[in-house]
Design a protein around this ligand. Structure first.
Ligand code: AMP
Length: 492
């Protein structure tokens, strides 16, 4: 099937041709027709499936064919959980809409609000925004939703994870009830199903890939070692395997900075991207990484959300994420749009419960390897029996039950016999209710603390103090969950 067969108009087809997109991806094939017909959509589509074009193309077409925007008006609103994803979606709209006469803008916290207000004056066909900053703009009377036709929730699960529920409710209350709503989510926990029930009318369901399944095209491997050996092991692998573009995930901002420091000392072109860095510095690091001026980009989960790096060959998990679903998002940075990719996780004994939880979510027991000279003195206990793979010469099998995988050979991974209904998160590392994380300053405080009907904005100026105050009053006791305050070493 071609894009033309989906009845897209010429200016859009021209943009797709210039981008080198030959055929629609499965999610695009399913979504474009339904969105053009004005239907609501519930899409289980993880990042890398081409979901953005799946909603952007038909919306651009509808906006082009139907009317014009009035001053301060917004015709299509896309909500995204992080600045990076918002920026990414905005860029996609601009790319796909290069030949249609529409106005686009993006708005998120952490940068001055005035240019965003100025941009809204003439009205916008498409506004991509994070919920906190959007509420800030609304409160200042910078926009109206009288003309709103379509609401898109992108990565809805992540928005709830990050504690945006109250912000979202406040936004929904301001929208006209007669509208088209599209909901995209990588996972469908009960909270998302409830949200979908409230927002969607007779939605078309789109399933681009099974929920919680890791990208099929990504070859995965666990390398077991000791915690303290991880930086040296990474450096060793970088050199031995000649990695020239690698996105690395570390758990904390402090961990990111430490690893970047070690790499830079060794002459590696490395840069960091995390919540303590100002937005322009984050974007600059990303651009330099995409241009291959930076060889290793080290990131935290929140900062890396929405990163789209064309043809990224490799993701390395220097530390495992504390939330198992984040693993799916991490490895989804590679193997995008059907391309091949590789994801390597360095795992120490402390992380075995995290590994077990991740394997439950992705329904695979990952193959393991140990690298001579970096063997784990503290053995990483077995989590199950991965599929048999030939043992490559010169590599050591790590544990009794974990045969090594052969480089270049895609491991055949067995599904686990009984997938749990709920991800088995490590009991010692729960995500706090409301998911308060001041590293994303445009986000509001946890929903439980928000009085009924109140609009809390933590974006832009005052965000840090609001975040600190909320952190003081709302954080769980330290022994009940991870600290989410702005001290060094907290997850970002
Ligand atoms: P997304 O899942 O929307 O983040 O898209 C993942 C990547 O796939 C992006 O780099 C897109 O530019 C690319 N992409 C989207 N649709 C297509 C297509 N039909 N053909 C080739 N690449 C695509």
């Amino acid at each position: 099937m071609t894009f033309a067969a989906l009845k897209l108009i010429d200016p859009l087809l021209r943009a797709l041709q210039e981008l080198g997109y030959d055929d629609p991806t499965p999610v695009q094939r399913q979504a474009i027709h339904a969105v053009l017909a004005g239907r609501d959509l519930m899409a289980a589509a993880q990042t890398g499936t081409g979901k953005t074009a799946g909603f952007a193309l038909p919306l651009l077409q509808r906006l082009t064919m139907e009317g014009v925007v009035a001053p301060l008006g917004v015709r299509c609103l896309v909500l995204a959980p992080t600045r990076e994803l918002a920026e990414q979606v905005y860029t996609s709209f601009r790319k796909y809409g290069a030949h249609v006469p529409l106005r686009f803008a993006v708005a998120y916290g952490g940068v001055p609000i005035e240019p965003q207000i100025a941009r809204l004056k003439k009205g916008l066909d498409v506004l991509v925004a994070t919920p906190g900053r959007l509420l800030d703009l609304l409160r200042q009377g910078a926009l109206t939703f009288a003309q709103l036709q379509t609401l898109v929730l992108d990565e809805a699960d992540r928005m709830l994870d990050l504690g945006f529920a109250a912000d979202l409710d406040a936004v929904f209350a301001a929208l006209p009830p007669q509208r088209q709503t599209l909901l995209f989510s990588a996972t469908f926990p009960a909270s998302i199903r409830t949200l979908a029930g409230q927002l969607l009318r007779d939605p078309v369901s789109v399933q681009a890939s099974p929920a919680n399944a890791a990208a099929r095209t990504v070859r995965q491997l666990v390398i077991t070692t000791d915690k303290k050996s991880k930086p040296d092991l990474f450096l060793h692998l970088l050199r031995e395997r000649g990695w020239n573009q690698v996105l690395v995930f570390a758990k904390t901002r402090k961990g990111v900075d430490q690893l970047v420091g070690v790499l830079q000392q060794e002459g590696v072109r490395a840069d960091a991207i995390h919540g303590d860095k100002p937005q322009p510095a984050r974007l600059r690091a990303l651009e330099r990484f995409k241009a291959r001026d930076v060889q290793v980009l080290v990131a935290t989960d929140v900062a890396a959300r929405g990163l789209d790096i064309q043809g990224l060959p490799l993701v390395v998990n220097h530390d495992l994420p504390t939330v198992a679903e984040d693993f799916v998002h991490r490895i989804g940075r590679t193997g995008r749009a059907g391309a091949a990719g590789e994801a390597i996780s360095l795992v120490c004994a402390d992380e075995v419960e995290l590994l077990r939880a991740i394997e439950a979510v992705i329904r695979q027991v990952l193959p393991r390897e140990e690298i001579p000279g970096f063997e784990a003195a503290h053995r990483v206990p077995s989590t199950g029996t991965p599929a048999r793979a030939a043992q490559p010469a010169g590599r050591k099998v790590s544990s009794k039950s974990a045969p090594a995988s052969k480089p270049g050979v895609k491991p055949v991974l067995k599904p686990m016999p009984k997938p749990p209904t709920k991800p088995a998160f490590a009991p010692s590392t729960p995500r706090p209710a409301g998911g308060f994380d001041p590293a994303t300053p445009e986000r509001a405080r946890p929903p439980k603390r928000v009085p009924q009907g109140a609009v809390v904005v933590a974006g832009g100026r005052g965000a840090k103090s609001a975040a600190k105050a909320a952190a003081k009053s709302a954080l769980p006791a330290p022994n009940k969950g991870p600290t989410r305050g702005r001290k060094k070493g907290s997850p970002a």
